[in-house]
Design a binder for this molecule. Structure first.
Ligand code: NAD
Ligand code: ZN
Length: 256
């Protein structure tokens, strides 16, 4: 792990100077320092990996259809943590970078809304937002209020038809929304940004790892920020071992 007063490698600092376009990709690790645990990996919610697996199972499409209360029990907890959390220096650094560069896009797997709260604007939240809801019977969409959230432990009912609401987010084993996939394609494939930075994700999903590999193949700069090695560590030019809250501000300082 890098120390608090971290200094980036000289060749990285030099490469960052003059970068005008950036694509950032983030996962649960970027919100860890805001007090929202990841499911697995460094600082994960569960020491016991089997418990982590049970959480993933609860947050899956098949479980939602079979036992929506079980899914909502876990979603409600994540939603409560999300509304209580505040953006950390990692989120804030990405918002500063966006304000400073002519072209910036942020692809996040996080459903906690903290990037937008920190000021990020061009965000593709590929997995949606944990507060958004959709009726499984009539399709009505909505958003949970803080009051509803406080007591929530089982599947809520639709105000229009009394059907069962689902989280309007992508659960494990479900398809990604086509419009967001198209945005992701346009942002990372047609003309990849000069710099692709990936932070706080194990990058298990191919749609998260592939844009990084594509950028590397296309001769773009690639940087990873994570306390632990991940599926993209070998594909990137620089793999920085440290937390998002310390390393992203250091990167922002070079870009802004
Ligand atoms: P993940 O696969 O993204 O794993 C978390 C990663 O973060 C690990 O690689 C870990 O080493 C790294 N990490 C831990 N602390 C960090 C820090 N301070 N700085 C930088 N990196 C750090 O995510 P997961 O937890 O296995 O969850 C799987 C799915 O569920 C993903 O889609 C994820 O986004 C979602 N999820 C979202 C939230 C959220 O919205 N905050 C929280 C939990 C899970
Ligand atoms: Zn309904």
């Amino acid at each position: 792990m890098l120390p608090e007063d971290l200094v980036l490698p000289d060749d990285l600092r030099e490469a960052l100077r003059g970068v005008r376009s950036m694509g950032a990709i983030t996962g649960a690790g970027v919100s860890a320092e805001s007090g929202i645990p990841t499911y697995r990996g460094s600082g994960g919610l569960y020491d016991d990996p089997e418990e982590g697996d049970r959480t993933v199972e609860a947050l899956s499409g098949p479980t939602l259809r079979r036992d929506p209360d079980r899914t909502w029990h876990v979603v409600a907890e994540l939603a409560r943590r999300s509304v209580a959390a505040r953006p950390n220096p990692g989120h804030e650094a990405l918002a500063r970078i966006e304000a400073a560069l002519p072209r910036f896009v942020l692809l996040t797997q996080n459903v906690d809304g903290l990037h937008r709260e920190a000021g990020s604007r061009n965000v593709i939240d590929i997995h949606g937002d944990v507060l958004d809801t959709r009726c499984m019977a009539c399709g009505l969409t909505g958003r949970l209020t803080r009051e509803e959230l406080r007591e929530l432990d089982a599947a809520p009912s639709c105000p229009a038809c009394d059907g069962t609401l689902r989280p309007d987010a992508v659960l494990f084993g479900e398809m990604l929304p086509a419009a967001k996939v198209a945005s992701m394609q346009a942002a990372f494939y047609d003309d990849p940004p000069e710099l692709v930075l990936i932070a706080g994700t194990t990058a298990v999903f191919p749609y998260i790892a592939d844009p990084v590999a594509h950028a590397a193949r296309s001769g773009r700069l690639t940087v990873e920020v994570n306390p632990e090695p991940t599926f993209v560590s070998d594909a990137v030019r620089w793999s920085i071992r440290g937390t998002a809250g310390t390393v992203l501000p250091a990167i922002a300082a070079e870009l802004t």
